[in-house]
Design a protein. Structure first.
Length: 297
């Protein structure tokens, strides 16, 4: 409902008088909920009506008092008249009293109706205000919740990126050292064990280490899983002693993950390499296991 239409048709006055249709009342309430000018107009008109009612009540009481004084004088004068004249005078007095009382009763009933309508309108305004306040509070809570979620995701991605950068820098440094010394870095491909019961005493893969090699690359065979983007690897001896672990690993291709390892950790022995993948729930789940035996030349 436009403001010009409200001013032209005195919608605010009709609203307080309860003369608007249901549709017009709803449209006007939607308008003045965000219009301070209409709210001020409603409050001013309502205060003016209350003031007029107070003045009318005081005037009626004053008129009633004057009427009682006049009636008292007529009674004193009527005592000196004949019976017929006293009867006529009494009827006139009764009519004079009954008419203002009837008018006052009608005015009182009208005031009560308008007061009930004003209370109903005020209650409806209060209800709409509380609904809007609740909706605004719910929206604020939802925004804060989404901001917290976004912040947690950003922190997790930043941590993963930092780990990847550290790992890339470490690999680059190792490659640089290897290139500077012109040392050959051996590469070994490991196949994962498909059986559930793994016997580390008889490993599937064999690695022969050279005394001149300071590090080796391990190429781990993978089964492609689009839901896993990061991995964690841990290396333990046959007797279960953990000697090496690393997280934040990403596969070099869909079915291969490359690892570098210092040969000082690998004495002639049997080893178990366990690979876990980071799920979308932020937990690591087992992916594959690799057994191998290291030998020296």
């Amino acid at each position: 409902m436009k403001h010009s239409y409200i001013e032209e048709h005195n919608i605010a006055d009709h609203y307080l008088s309860g003369k608007l249709s249901t549709e017009e009342r709803m449209r006007f309430e939607e308008h003045f909920a965000d219009c301070t000018q209409c709210l001020d107009r409603l409050e001013m008109t309502d205060d003016l009506r209350a003031g007029l009612k107070t003045i009318a009540t005081e005037e009626a009481l004053r008129a009633r008092a004057d009427l009682c004084v006049a009636v008292g004088g007529l009674v004193v004068r009527g005592a000196r008249l004949s019976r017929a004249r006293r009867t006529a005078l009494l009827m006139g007095v009764i009519l004079a009293i009954a008419l203002p009382v009837a008018l006052l009763t009608l005015e009182w009933r009208s005031a009560r109706r308008e007061l009930a309508q004003a209370k109903q309108a005020s209650s409806e305004l209060q209800r709409k205000y509380e609904e809007r306040e609740q909706a605004a509070s719910d929206m604020t809570n939802e925004i804060q919740y989404r901001e917290r979620q976004s912040s947690a995701q950003r922190d997790m991605l930043a941590a993963q990126l930092e780990r990847e950068q550290v790992e890339s820098a470490r690999l680059a440094n190792e490659l640089k050292k290897a290139s500077g010394s012109q040392a050959e870095i051996p590469v070994f491909a490991l196949s994962f064990t498909r059986s559930d019961g793994i016997d580390s005493s008889q490993p599937v893969n064999r690695i022969t280490l050279s005394p001149s090699s300071q590090s080796i690359f391990l190429l781990l065979e993978l089964e492609p899983d689009p839901d896993l983007h990061y991995y964690r690897a841990s290396l333990s001896t046959a007797d279960g002693q953990n000697i090496w672990s690393r997280g934040g690993l990403r596969p070099s291709s869909e079915d291969t993950l490359a690892l570098s390892c210092n040969t000082n950790l690998l004495k002639p022995n049997n080893y178990l390499l366990t690979l876990e993948g980071l799920t979308t729930q932020g937990r690591y789940a087992p992916v594959a296991k690799y057994t191998f035996r290291t030998l020296t030349r």
